[in-house]
Design a protein. Structure first.
Length: 227
């Protein structure tokens, strides 16, 4: 009986994970479009869920446009601190961007209570004021996506909308709605259609594009991550 190979370093684990993912996709007969491959594989790597091959939906050129925005220093605003913690700070630092979440801000909580709306709604309003050209990554709150639809109808043009809330109430509807609005106003969008998603998936989408942007700026960065 052969001895099991134990991978111990982050780079070894990532390389082996991606090798396994590529092999399983090949056995499934799946050939991913090159411009979307990194995002789909990164979400599968994060979730161990191959349903994202079918669930992830992209507007035309979303990855390249978001990558260009990151190379120009675009920030990320998330709807949860969990998603914020999962976005690569090292990649953002090298590209001149930052990551923010306003959900726990006292002013957001106070305004949400006074108005009788969710904090996610106020969070997206604050994001629109303070970071209008950011990547807006939603992994939890359908109300955040619905507010983004309203804000885009009133002129907001984010660098990218990531629509990946998870759950049962308003989740599928909000993703369909935000995708339609993004198409109408030519806003890049990546959405995890259906019930699945979450903060980890939202962060994974951001990271896949961040790494693509970073590699375009300095190709040696990929080797550094995997060495």
């Amino acid at each position: 009986m052969g001895q099991d190979v134990i991978y111990t370093t982050p780079s070894e684990i990532e390389r082996e994970s991606m090798r396994i993912i590529a092999g399983e996709l090949a056995r499934m007969g799946v050939s991913l479009p090159p411009e979307r491959e990194a995002v789909v594989k990164r979400v599968i790597h994060t979730t161990a869920d191959f349903d994202y091959v079918q669930n992830l939906r992209f507007t035309e050129g979303a990855v390249e446009r978001a990558s260009s925005a990151f190379r120009a220093g675009a920030a990320v605003v998330t709807d949860t601190n969990m998603a914020k913690s999962g976005v690569s700070k090292a990649a953002l630092d090298k590209l001149g961007g930052g990551v923010y979440c306003f959900m726990a801000d006292p002013d957001v909580a106070r305004e949400a209570k006074d108005r009788g709306v969710t904090r996610a709604v106020v969070c997206m309003e604050k994001a629109a004021r303070e970071h209008p050209g950011a990547v807006l990554a939603v992994g939890n709150a359908p109300t955040a996506l619905l507010k983004l639809c309203e804000l885009m109808e009133n002129g907001l043009r984010p660098a990218l909308v990531v629509g990946a809330p998870v759950g049962f109430v308003n989740v599928e509807e909000s993703k369909r709605r935000v995708f339609e609005v993004c198409l109408r106003y030519d806003v890049p969008c990546i959405a995890a259609m259906g019930r699945k998603g979450g903060s980890n998936a939202a962060a994974a989408i951001c990271n896949a594009i961040l790494y693509t942007a970073l590699d375009a700026v300095d190709p040696s960065e990929r080797q550094k991550r995997l060495s």
